[in-house]
Design a binder for this molecule. Structure first.
Ligand code: ADP
Length: 523
């Protein structure tokens, strides 16, 4: 594949949308209010980019317990939102809606509901998912449609993200027929590994009519209630967060059981690369990093590296490459090949001048955190492990490290490699999903490229890539141009926002057809 086509699009189209739309953008997490992963970043930065093109975007998200409307000075909407508790019954729950304006003219609306969101945690607490997640997010999805319906201005598009809001297109089709027929639905798949898949007992929580209990419209092959599958059949247009991922998820290997449903919608499925919000992520603007720097003034990066080494308790060694990882520590992220690769490499270094240092910031599986802590104990002058979540540390690592490791088994898009490139921190990535679409391999000689790519998902291939990168690092005359070309890559939202806009137009065009409902793809 010719990567340059994907990553270096210069768009000559005008900045303003040809037709301005009114969009409800529904997401279970939104930066800076709530975040467990990349979805939260996208849920803030994409709406901003769409608003910049002239669209009217309202973000809709839960008011979690850690969000205090008074401290945040949110505005309370006069009219509460009435949400049917169960779709069939007439009983409605009154929910307060709070509003915040974020930069770029976008409003964020928070749904307050003590029963479902007035607790610690977004999806669970201390490693355990909440048992009523089906009910919580079925309710939230229903609230999305009600919000679109009760908003002052006529909404044209409901944009759902992942399983948490996936039932919205289904509810819209079944409970608002005749009323919201002109409203188009778009579903974005950020990670197919999470589907909102529940035991059949959860069917009641959806409130959907009885016939859903026995059809493949809601149930997956294992007979489980599957929110995402249902949305794949109902949304007018489906997007995946990178072109390669859009293809991968249609294969049995990477489709997590939904590949047939997705193949059935292939004509309505597009891959759109995530963008980065460079007003937050960039060495010239970053408010967390000790020293700001830019392409012309790369010395600042060295100082950030020294600060990072100091803060993480490692010896300050300018010439030793600092490798880093900022990640959820789950099976997806490649820890099963990374940990043995590090063990092997670290055991082989004979003196302190050799090899590299490794810094990790993350949280997740016990098994991985324990192995990483063991490594840090064994190699305290080389390995520093920071467990937990820290926005500040994430920024400092991006600025101070030399390379960022993202050996993911699969990666829908990935944002950390996109951020890393902006800081001249070269990513080492497995060629999958969005990693394959964004990182250009430096090759053996490092003449061009923006990082290091390995193709086989094996410990050996990863070791080869780390060794190649570490060796190249020692020759600054080669390394510097690579940093510069990585920093010049542009993954701002401008191009991707236009592609989303086109997806909305496409979804709306379907609504304009007078013909009766399109037949849903058979899963
Ligand atoms: P995913 O969505 O699968 O978690 P992405 O690369 O798309 O992966 O997004 C990860 C986002 O979460 C990035 O903004 C990254 O900086 C952030 N992140 C991940 N782990 C941590 C952590 N432990 N502390 C702070 N930020 C983190």
């Amino acid at each position: 594949m010719d990567l340059s086509k994907l990553v270096k699009t210069t768009d000559t189209r005008p900045d303003s949308a040809p037709r301005k739309l009114s969009i409800v953008f529904a997401s279970s997490e939104v930066v800076p209010f709530s975040k467990t992963g990349g979805l939260a970043d996208v849920a803030a930065s994409l709406p901003k980019a769409l608003a910049k093109r002239g669209h009217n975007v309202a973000i809709f998200t839960p008011l979690y317990k850690h969000l205090d409307p008074e401290a945040m000075r949110l505005a309370r909407r006069l009219r509460p939102l009435e949400v049917p508790r169960r779709a069939k019954s007439q009983a409605k729950v009154e929910c307060t809606i709070w509003e915040a304006r974020i930069e770029g003219g976008v409003s964020v609306f928070f749904l307050e509901n003590e029963e479902f969101f007035g607790r610690d945690g977004l999806y669970g607490y201390e490693d355990k998912n909440f048992e009523d997640n089906a009910e919580r997010f079925a309710f939230f999805s229903r609230a999305v449609v009600e919000f679109a319906r009760q908003l002052n201005l006529p909404v044209e598009v409901i944009h759902c993200n992942d399983w948490h809001t996936a039932l919205a297109p289904v509810y819209k089709d079944y409970y608002y027929e005749g009323e919201l027929d002109q409203v188009a639905t778009v579903l974005t798949l950020h990670n197919l590994a999470y589907q909102g898949s529940f035991d059949k007992a959860a069917f009641k929580a959806t409130g959907l009519p009885k016939r859903f209990e026995s059809t493949d419209e809601l149930l997956d092959e294992e007979g489980k209630v599957n929110f995402l599958k249902s949305a794949i059949l109902h949304a007018d247009v489906i997007t995946a967060v990178s072109p390669t991922y859009a293809k991968e998820i249609q294969t049995e290997d990477k489709g997590f059981g939904l590949h047939d449903a997705l193949k059935g919608r292939a004509g309505d499925l597009v891959g759109i690369l995530n963008g980065a919000d460079y007003s937050i992520w960039g060495p010239t603007v970053d408010r967390y990093i000790p020293v700001r720097y830019n392409i012309e003034e790369l010395n600042g990066k060295r100082r950030n590296k020294a600060e990072l080494q100091h803060e993480f308790g490692l010896p300050i060694r300018p010439t030793l490459p600092t490798l880093a990882m900022i990640s959820r520590l789950t099976e997806q992220k490649g820890l099963d090949i990374l940990i043995p690769a590090l063990e092997e490499l670290l055991a082989g270094f004979e003196d302190e001048q050799q090899g590299f240092q490794f810094v990790v910031l993350g949280d997740g599986n016990n098994e991985y955190t324990k192995s990483l802590e063991r490594l840090a104990k064994r190699y305290p002058r080389r390995v520093a492990v920071n467990l937990g979540y820290s926005e500040e540390k994430a920024h400092k690592i991006q600025a101070g490290a030399d390379m960022l490791l993202i050996p993911s088994r699969f990666e829908p898009c990935g944002l950390t490699q996109i951020y890393a490139m902006r800081y001249g921190t070269l990513p080492i990535v497995h060629a999958t999903g969005g990693l394959a679409d964004t990182v250009i391999d430096a090759g053996k000689d490092g003449e061009t490229g923006s990082g290091f790519v390995f193709h086989e998902y094996t410990k050996e291939a990863l070791i080869e890539a780390i060794s190649r990168a570490s060796q190249m690092y020692r020759n600054y005359r080669r390394w510097r141009p690579l940093m510069v070309s990585a920093m010049r890559e542009d993954f701002s939202w401008a191009t991707s926002a236009i592609q989303y806009e086109e997806a909305y137009y496409r979804a709306l065009a379907k609504k304009e057809k007078p013909a009766k409902k399109t037949k849903k793809a058979k899963a």
